[in-house]
Each structure stands twice: as C-alpha cells, then as structure tokens.
Design a protein around this ligand. Structure first.
Ligand SMILES: [Zn+2]
Length: 322
C-alpha cells in the first residue's frame, strides 16, 4: 500500500543526502486558491524534522487565511516563506485545528513575523499549562535542536466557544469560513473549518487515512458528536490533517476512521460487560483490525487506543453512563 501522499512520495524519491523536507516541496493547489502542504505520514526523523502533519491556506482578495502552523518554529518560518512564494497578500488569520505539536508548534513564527490573528480552541489554553506540554517541548528540543530555537507556546487572540455551538464566522475577500468547536475528540480541544460557499471542510484530525489515529488525548463521546456535526455540513472536498484531500461524498477516510472507532468502542464495551480483563481485551483488539495493520503508526498507537477505550468504557459502565 502507498502510505505517503503522492507529493511526499515524490519528495522522498528525489531526496538528496542531508536534505531536509520543506513545506514548499509538497505544496499542492487542491481547489482554486486553496493550497495544502502534505506532511510525511510517520514519526519524526532527520528528513522530515517534525513535518508530520498537513497545513493549508486560502488566498482571498483581501488576504490569506492559514489553517495550522506545522511542527516547529523552523517549520513555521518555512511555512510562511512558502505562503509568500504564492502570494504577497497579508496573512490575516491563523486557525489552529488543535494543540498537537505537528499542527501548532510553528505558531510562534506567525506571532513574530506576521500580523495574523490566531484562532484556537479554548482547550489550547489548558494544554499550554499542562505537564504534557512541558514534556512534549522538552522531548522535541532534544530531538530537533536548533529547529526549536525561539520556541514559545502561543496563546490565541480569539477562542471559539461553546463546544458544538454555532460557528465563529470569518469573512474575508469574498470567502466565508465557519469555525466550529468540536469538543475534545482528539486533543485538548479541536476545531473544524468549513467553507460553506465552496463545500470545503478542513477536518483536522477527525478522519485519518493510512495512519492509525491516536485517541488518548481525546474524548470518545465528543468523537461521535464531532462526526455527527461534520457529516451535516455540505462537503465536496474533505481536507484531513494527515494524508491527501478527498472529493466526495462518499469519503473513504471518513467511513474507515469512524468504523475503527466504533468497532473498538463496541469491542471494549462487550469486554467490560463480560468482565474480560484489560490485557485479554487488548490482545483481542490487536488481532481484530487486520485492515489497519499496514497503516502508519498501527504498532505505536493501536494497543494504546484499545487500552484507553477499555478504561473509558469501564468508567462509563461503572457510572451508569453507557
Ligand atoms: Zn495530527
């Protein structure tokens, strides 16, 4: 199976010794004036240096709206240069779909080098005060060295509230953006961006292709609520946080990810109800998803997801919530 987006695959094949991948290498126009740079599906290495998630931007008559900032101060600066290679219009907004490093740690470059208003989920504030944040920054500083020089957690200029309420509407140069707070389905807080006039949805990490999701920072109930909200939107182009954009409906990445989460929840609910011990339930889940075994991060994430969902279901059943 081809795991990497074609743009990334080409860059990997053209790779020269000691070269480092930049956002410009994998930038593609996915709809008129809508651009997406594709991160490497996998973990941090010397070539991608933390460029493991997508980010995009939309050029309007009056300026640019950016969705996600990539994974380090250095990548954030390269991302701004990449945008500048397409347009010299001002960058007006940076929307962070969620707090995970590969999506948000480049935001400091936008704060320093642009006038962009930064829009995020209120949960990002809690994240910046958490021990996870401290540990994640220390780990990346160690791993990526000078790429992390000048790193700072960036607080939003504007947060989107409440969860699952009406969207924050941005209008710029004839384009309309609806930014929804979709709870904490995958992180400390997730946003989804819909462009109603275009039928374009930026889903963040709600749906994955060729990469096993990581559920441990998220909330299971919010996952299904976020999916319900997303599928009500008129979407013709679905842009994920990892992998390539899909035209539809149907959207295979959506069907696949929702089926993964649903099956895992159902299996673990059964296991808890039957008083099957955690270790046995996780072993069983390990065997039950052969169609995901070939995807990136299956080894790293799947058993952890199973473990997490089991303990979540245990709590719910104990408190009579399921
Ligand atoms: Zn991600």
């Amino acid at each position: 199976m081809d795991i990497q987006p074609p743009a990334v695959q080409e860059a990997l094949e053209a790779r020269k010794p000691d070269a480092v991948l930049t956002p410009r290498d994998t930038l593609r126009e996915v709809a008129p004036d809508v651009y997406l740079t594709h991160g490497v599906i996998g973990t941090v290495d010397e070539f991608n240096r933390g460029f493991n998630g997508n980010a995009g931007f939309v050029v309007t008559r009056e300026g640019v709206v950016v969705i996600d900032s990539l994974g380090s101060p250095r990548l954030g600066r390269r991302w701004i240069d990449t945008i500048r290679s397409v347009t010299d219009k001002p960058i007006r907004y940076l929307i962070l779909t969620h707090n995970h490093p590969d999506h948000s740690y480049g935001a400091v470059a936008f704060r320093r080098k642009t006038e962009a208003k930064i829009i995020a989920h209120p949960g990002t504030r809690h994240y910046l005060n958490s021990s996870q944040f401290e540990a994640s920054v220390a780990y990346r500083k160690e791993l990526l060295g000078s790429d992390f020089e000048g790193f700072k957690g960036v607080h939003a200029d504007r947060v989107v509230e409440p969860a699952f309420g009406g969207p924050l509407e941005l209008q710029l140069g004839g384009e309309v953006f609806h930014v929804y707070n979709v709870g904490g389905h995958h992180s400390f807080g997730d946003l989804l961006v819909h462009m109603p006039k275009r039928g374009i949805t930026w889903a963040g990490d709600l749906y994955f292709q060729n990469r096993t999701t990581y559920m441990l920072d998220g909330d299971l109930d919010d996952y299904f609520k976020a999916h319900d909200l997303a599928r009500e939107l008129g979407t013709r182009l679905l842009i994920p946080g990892h992998g390539v954009a899909q035209e539809g409906p149907p959207f295979p990445m959506r069907r696949r990810t929702v089926s993964y989460v649903t099956r895992l929840r159902n299996m673990m609910r059964e296991a808890v109800r039957n008083m099957s011990p955690l270790s046995r339930a996780v072993d069983k889940a390990d065997e039950a998803f052969p169609e995901w075994e070939e995807t990136a991060l299956f080894e790293e994430n799947h058993r952890k997801n199973a473990n997490f969902v089991y303990t979540e279901m245990e709590k719910k059943i104990l408190f009579g919530e399921d």
